[in-house]
Design a protein around this ligand. Structure first.
Ligand code: ZN
Length: 274
């Protein structure tokens, strides 16, 4: 089947951060100190945005885009994946060691997001790497004291002050994801999400309502190995692969992929007979 072509595509670039907060939970064991909500850091003390956070952001943002195009799409949450919705999960698990039968069953009964981001026992077509500051000079951290309002009482009570750590605006992080067997229309689909992130419509990390987590793509590059068209439903796109561009120019150029997404006829998941 042609949709199992081998093509590898990597978006890589750096991002320019506005206050960006990726919580590591609260270090508030000491009752005399203020509750602290810290940025997630690696063993060297560098702030990190885990690839799993990126995946979550892309999946939820793309869900809205897919629904806007009238596509059936699941949330990917437990009990709400396509295979579970269609009660194909048991059958799929039983076939898992027979890919010749499991793959067609999976293809026909799952949405674009199950295929792109993965679902139970299936690794998706894209994998996001952890993001780190480009260099030690490329980031700084800040701390802000905020008042936590108790949801129950609706008032300030008890331990109300929280210190929130964040990454300062102007900090630059790496960003990279890889796609295996990505058709051009799927690149277009993911480009739409990147456009929403770039415009600040989609934020990452916590405290989004306070304006945290807006990032812009500073430099972008798309590299391609192997096939430039995947699957019979895919559309040909010519693109300046391997050329690094500023975020605006890249996203503008990548509208060709977005056109492919807008024009493709997606034939899955097959209509359910339930
Ligand atoms: Zn799905």
């Amino acid at each position: 089947m042609s949709r199992y072509y081998t093509a590898r595509i990597i978006f890589h670039n750096t991002i320019l951060g506005l206050p960006l907060r990726v919580g590591a939970g609260r270090a508030d064991f000491d009752p005399t100190s203020l509750a602290k909500d810290q940025v997630l850091k690696d063993s060297q003390g560098r702030p990190v945005i885990p690839g799993s956070s990126w995946k979550g952001v892309f999946r939820s943002a793309s869900e809205r885009i897919a629904k806007g195009r009238g596509l059936e799409v699941c949330t990917g949450l437990s009990k709400d994946t396509c295979l579970e919705r269609r009660r194909k999960d048991r059958e799929f698990q039983n076939l898992i060691e027979r890919p010749d039968q499991a793959l067609p069953l999976f293809w026909d009964n799952t949405c674009i997001n199950c295929k792109v981001f993965g679902t139970m026992s299936v690794i998706g077509a894209v994998s996001f790497l952890d993001s780190y500051p480009v260099s030690p000079n490329d980031y700084s951290l800040g701390m802000r004291t905020m008042i936590a309002i108790s949801r129950k009482e609706g008032a300030v009570a008890g331990k109300a002050l929280v210190q929130i750590e964040y990454v300062n605006p102007g900090s630059t992080f790496t960003f990279k994801f890889r796609g295996v067997n990505l058709p051009n229309y799927v690149i277009g689909y993911l480009t739409l999400v990147m456009g929403d992130i770039h415009q600040g419509l989609v934020q990452i990390g916590g405290h989004k309502s306070r304006g945290f987590g807006q990032v812009r793509f500073k430099r972008l590059k798309l590299t391609n190995w192997g096939a430039t068209k995947v699957g019979e439903e895919d559309v040909d796109v010519t693109f300046k692969y391997g050329e690094e561009m500023d975020g605006d120019s890249f996203l503008n150029e990548a509208q060709k992929f977005v056109e492919a997404f807008k024009n493709v006829k997606i034939q899955y998941p097959k209509k359910s007979h339930l």
